[in-house]
Design a protein around this ligand. Structure first.
Ligand SMILES: NC(=O)c1ccc[n+]([C@@H]2O[C@H](COP(=O)([O-])OP(=O)(O)OC[C@H]3O[C@@H](n4cnc5c(N)ncnc54)[C@H](OP(=O)(O)O)[C@@H]3O)[C@@H](O)[C@H]2O)c1
Length: 138
C-alpha cells in the first residue's frame, strides 16, 4: 500500500474509491478484519475522510454484462460505504453509471463486513463459474 500511495502522489482533495481487499501474499485470506478493514487503514494513511469502499464485492467478470444490461435489466445491487457524504455521492454515481443500484451501507467501518463478503463472492463466482450469469452481486 505504501508503494502504491507513493506513486499516486498528492491525494488531497481527491475522492478515493477503493475496491481493494487486504489479502495475504498468496491471496488465500484477509490479513485484517473485525476491528478494522483495508478501507479504514487506507483512510488512515491518506489522512482524510475521502475514502469510499465500493466495487470489491463484485467479481470483475460481471462488469461488462451489467453495463450492457443497464437500459433493460433490473439492476443488481452494490453496497458502498464511507465517512464523507460528497465522496459517497461520487461513488454512488459511478456505481449507477456502471449499471448497479447503489446501496448506501453506512460509515466506512462497514467495510469490515463488505471485505469478507467480497471473499464469499469470489469463492462463489469461481466455484460456479459459467452459471452465475452477468448480474451477480450482493
Ligand atoms: N478481480 C476481481 O474480481 C476483484 C474483486 C474484488 C476485489 N478485487 C480487489 O481489487 C484489487 C485489484 O485486483 P485485480 O484483480 O485487478 O488484480 P490484478 O489483475 O493483479 O491487478 C493489480 C494491478 O495493481 C498493479 N500493482 C500491483 N502492485 C503494484 C505496485 N506496487 N505499484 C503499482 N501498481 C501495482 C498491477 O500492476 P502490473 O500490471 O504492472 O503488475 C496491476 O495493474 C485487489 O485488491 C483485489 O483484492 C478484485
Amino acid at each position: 500500500m505504501e508503494h502504491v500511495l507513493k506513486q499516486a502522489g498528492d491525494l488531497s482533495g481527491k475522492v478515493v474509491v477503493s475496491c481493494s481487499l487486504p489479502m495475504n501474499a498468496d491471496d488465500t485470506g484477509l490479513v485484517i478484519g473485525h476491528t478494522t478493514s483495508g478501507a479504514e487503514e487506507l483512510a488512515k494513511k491518506i489522512g482524510r475522510g475521502k475514502v469510499v469502499s465500493a466495487f470489491g464485492t463484485v467479481p470483475s467478470e460481471v462488469f461488462f454484462g451489467v453495463y450492457d444490461a443497464r437500459p433493460k435489466a433490473k439492476r443488481p445491487s452494490m453496497a458502498y460505504c464511507g465517512d464523507d457524504d460528497h465522496s459517497k455521492k461520487i461513488a454512488a454515481t459511478l456505481i449507477t453509471d456502471v449499471g448497479f443500484e447503489a446501496i448506501d451501507a453506512g460509515r466506512l467501518r462497514i467495510a469490515r463486513y463488505l471485505e469478507p463478503l467480497a471473499l464469499l463472492m469470489g469463492q462463489v463466482a469461481h466455484e460456479t463459474r459459467g452459471r452465475l450469469g452477468d448480474r451477480v452481486s450482493i
